[in-house]
Design a protein around this ligand. Structure first.
Ligand code: UGA
Length: 438
């Protein structure tokens, strides 16, 4: 099929690369540098396995990027994959989706051959696909030749390619059976497994995305709340509890990992977006409010564990391990580390951060000049008075607690991701973690 993807960010580029194995892809982005890089076979995102796939797709002519919609020619499917960031009040900003729809509608005559499916993939509040796309198409002379769908994406950063190739389910929200069939046929030839194809209304499909992300975020906060209790109960341990609880076939153990809480570009934004959407229709989602509240308290909890061991942090040198919001990505958006840094700065501690992939301090709420960021773990740990681990990069586990702490001045190690719980800490190390009583 000939497919156009509007928006070459995380979702658009990963999807384009995966679909290009069997389809001809045109990626459209308004950023000229992104277009140039993609056409040179260079990925604009860090994603496992994307570079080689992109290079070969571009050199074989299966994937190309463009700046202007009218460079595309006719297409069987158009995906809208632009960002939906939060407004200041937490509601979802739809301006990029709306302008992408404007652009698609403007070029519609040249995009349609016999029939075209236009699908929104960006995470949008229920009702958006109908209002922003279907209703507008209905008032054009092309309405009979266009199928409209909402097709949520469930891939994770860092494993986007594998997730896209092995989806658990593919949800297609559409009232148009031909659009459903088209998208099913398009996916069927690229996936490595046999996912369930679920046809729903557009509104139910839009809700699916919010419900899935909110549920996973809620699981994390749920585990974190019980982790707090475990810290107060002698001999209790959150992993022991959650592992045993997860053996109940009604409860999956995924996303029960207690720690510093969730971050990234999706969970915080989608939980907040769902709360604002519920408010807009005068409904309260108290569970989601609690999920957010528990998550917001996690960095403070970690700091209080540190302060139990080092009460006065003024001028103390503190190593912070991990700046990305999770391992396997260089993305720092809403990373829990940013809040940890904010709290640490209020204590007048001196801070050094290590991250193997992030090479630039984000400016989000920070004055970066007095914080040292390095990709050299030995440099980071040299003569520090305490260390806080926030992102569970493999390199920390591989080094082991003994090597990691050997050049510390004062060996206080606060493990915010429970990386070393199963390791016997060296005798001279004070090891503390979330979810275990000490
Ligand atoms: C998330 C969803 O998992 C994807 O299914 C979804 O498609 C995506 O959002 C999206 O909406 O685009 P992602 O943000 O890439 O994917 O990251 P996750 O792997 O889900 O992790 C999110 C956060 O939760 C991270 O900060 C991670 O450290 C934290 N987490 C995860 C925990 O604290 N505990 C866990 O047990 C699991």
């Amino acid at each position: 099929m000939r497919i156009m993807i509007v928006g070459a960010g995380y979702v658009g580029l990963s999807l384009g690369v995966v679909l290009s194995t069997k389809h001809e892809i045109m990626l459209r982005d308004i950023d000229g540098r992104t277009v140039d890089k993609i056409n040179a076979g260079i990925s604009t995102i860090h994603e496992d396995g994307i570079e080689n796939r992109l290079k070969s797709a571009v050199s074989d002519g299966r994937l190309r990027a463009c700046n202007a919609m009218n460079e595309s020619g006719s297409r069987d499917v158009v995906f809208i994959c632009v960002g939906t960031p939060s407004n200041n009040d937490g509601s979802v900003n739809l301006s990029s989706v709306e302008s992408a729809v404007d652009d698609v509608l403007e070029t519609l005559p040249s995009l349609i051959d016999d029939y075209i499916t236009i699908a929104i993939k960006s995470t949008v509040p229920p009702g958006t696909t109908r209002r922003a796309l279907l209703d507008r198409i209905s008032s054009t002379p092309y309405s009979k030749k266009v199928g409209v769908a909402f097709n949520p994406e469930f891939l994770r950063e860092g494993t986007a390619i594998q997730d896209a190739l092995n989806p658990d389910r593919i949800v297609i929200g559409t009232e148009d059976n031909r659009a459903f069939q088209t998208l099913r046929d398009m996916y069927a030839v690229i996936v490595h497994n046999k996912p369930e194809y679920v046809q729903t209304s557009m509104e139910s499909a839009e809700l699916c995305k919010y419900v899935a992300n909110s549920f996973l975020a809620t699981k994390i906060s749920f585990a974190n709340e019980w982790a707090n209790l475990c810290e107060r109960i002698p001999n209790a341990d959150i992993d022991e509890v959650m592992k045993a609880v997860s053996l109940d076939s009604r409860i999956s153990g995924d996303f029960f990992g207690a720690g510093v809480g969730y971050g990234g570009s999706c969970f915080p934004k989608d939980v907040e977006g769902a709360i604002r959407f519920a408010e807009s229709i005068s409904e309260d989602v108290s569970i989601l409010r609690a999920t957010e509240k528990v998550n917001a308290s996690r960095p403070k909890r970690l700091l209080s564990i540190l302060r139990n061991e080092v009460p006065d942090l003024k001028n103390k040198k503190i190593a912070v391990l991990g700046l990305a919001f999770k391992p396997g990505t260089d993305d720092t958006r809403t990373s829990p580390t940013l809040r940890v840094l904010e709290l640490l700065r209020q204590t007048n501690a001196r801070i050094c951060i290590h991250d193997p992939l992030v090479n630039r301090m984000p400016t989000e709420g920070l004055c970066p000049s007095d914080i040292i960021l390095t990709d050299n773990i030995e440099t980071c740990m040299q003569n520090v008075d305490a260390c806080i681990l926030v992102t569970a990069w493999d390199i920390y586990k591989e080094m082991g607690l003994e090597r990691l702490t050997e050049s510390m001045n004062n060996k206080v190690f606060i493990d915010g991701r429970r990386v070393f719980v199963e390791e016997e800490p060296p005798k001279d190390v004070i090891y503390r973690t979330i979810g275990t009583h000490f």
